[in-house]
Design a protein. Structure first.
Length: 406
């Protein structure tokens, strides 16, 4: 059994065995902290009052269920209730339902990782038909391959996970972001399957200071959509490109009602965004942003392009100014454990006022934000709904897998 995270309740003996104890609010640095609703951000929509939510149950608590991970980045649950976790230095682990962590799974491709680099082994997802094909997909910063594949770039590999969960076979690189550059910033890269079985890949701009995210002759600052062989499945905007004008998308989720892709992405100085990503959408970067150029002090007066995306660009569904909270992995909650949260969007954040953000929607409009567990003060790199209906969060800064239950 892993040791306690200081100030949190003792870890449960198994991921599916959630103890029903209330976490006392404001009981210290690592206690549950629920902040007031934020008034920033948002878009247009019906201004009427939403339907009243179901009555809340006992207050949520956050518990450490796994410790000892090394800079965890991506989390994917397997059908048996265990989970795969990526570690940025290049290791893939399996976390059992009893909280044990496996040795590094063999066969992971070599990754580019150097200290505090943004690169490394990034996201992991399982195939929609995993029960029959045992395929998983990894995104990562791929080192220089020589020949025609020089420089460093985001790549996606497909592999088959062995039945004992200890090795990968038939490892195949199905996608490489082009062009590639020497540098360690803005790789993206979240993976999420759409309802049609095709894979969305979010891609950063690689910190290239030009208009590349606005053009379709490259894959910088884009969302691409590929089939499981890395090919164009059809009905994209341009080639593999689904949308343009992104800076560094770090989260992705499929809306449970509409099936549309939603992402989180980092602004420059302020201007972090949540975007509803439609085919052919242009999300503005680097032409416009609610954030600031790097040589200016954050504030309304310094917004790039005047601070508005309309009419030529898609407005963000939500944004944060003047601070940058560095939104990361995210998910829509659809479970039964928190009926009052059903349909809400949960976003992990990693910078100023870092905490778990709960965004309430009315249709496609985000109408309110709540900051959960702000006193915890950890880099919440990914958040996923577990098969048991609880929420799970990767704490990158301390190497914990946290569970939100009640």
């Amino acid at each position: 059994m892993p040791p306690d995270l200081p100030g949190l309740p003792a870890p449960a003996p198994a991921l599916e065995n959630a103890q029903r104890r209330h976490l006392l609010l404001r009981a210290g640095r690592y206690a549950t902290a629920v902040a007031t609703l934020s008034a920033c951000g948002g878009g247009g929509g019906d201004a009427g009052s939403p339907s009243p939510p179901p009555p809340p149950g006992p207050p949520p608590r956050i518990t450490s269920v796994v410790t000892g991970l090394d800079k965890p980045w991506g989390l994917a649950f397997l059908p048996d209730g265990s989970a795969l976790v990526t570690e940025k230095p290049g290791r893939l682990r399996r976390v059992g339902t009893d909280g044990t962590i496996s040795a590094a799974i063999a066969g992971v491709p070599a990754v580019y990782y150097a200290g505090n680099t943004q690169g490394g082994l990034l996201d992991v997802v399982i195939d929609p038909n995993f029960a029959s094909n045992r395929r998983i997909y990894l995104s990562y910063a791929e080192p220089d391959q020589g020949g025609a594949i020089t420089g460093i770039g985001t790549a996606v590999a497909r592999a088959v996970l062995s039945h004992d969960h200890m090795s990968l076979s038939l490892v195949t690189v199905i996608y490489r972001q082009m062009p590639r550059f020497n540098g360690d910033g803005h790789f993206g890269s979240r993976l999420v399957f759409g309802r049609d079985g095709h894979l969305f890949v979010t891609l950063g701009d690689r910190q290239v200071q030009n208009n590349a995210p606005q053009t379709t002759d490259n894959h910088l600052g884009k969302v691409v959509r590929i089939d499981t062989n890395g090919n164009n499945p059809g009905n994209n905007f341009s080639g593999l490109i689904w949308s343009v004008g992104h800076r560094n998308p770090q989260g992705a989720a499929i809306h449970p009602d509409t099936g549309e892709l939603w992402i989180s992405e980092h602004g420059p100085l302020g201007g972090d965004e949540i975007n509803r990503v439609l085919r052919g959408g242009n999300y503005g970067w680097p032409r416009v942003s609610y954030g600031c150029p790097y040589d200016q002090t954050p504030g309304n007066a310094c917004r790039i392009g005047g601070g508005t995306h309309a009419p030529s660009f898609a407005e963000p569904a939500w944004y944060w100014v003047p601070i940058s909270c560095a939104p990361a992995g995210m998910c829509f909650y659809t479970g039964e454990r928190f009926p009052e949260w059903r349909g809400n969007l949960f976003v992990g954040t990693m910078a100023d006022q870092r905490c778990l953000r709960r965004l309430t929607l009315r249709g496609n409009t985000i109408i309110a934000e709540e900051q959960l567990f702000r006193s915890l003060d950890v880099r919440m790199r990914d958040v996923e709904q577990g098969p048991d209906g609880w929420l799970y969060v990767l704490d990158e800064s301390r190497g914990h897998l946290l569970r939100i239950d009640r």
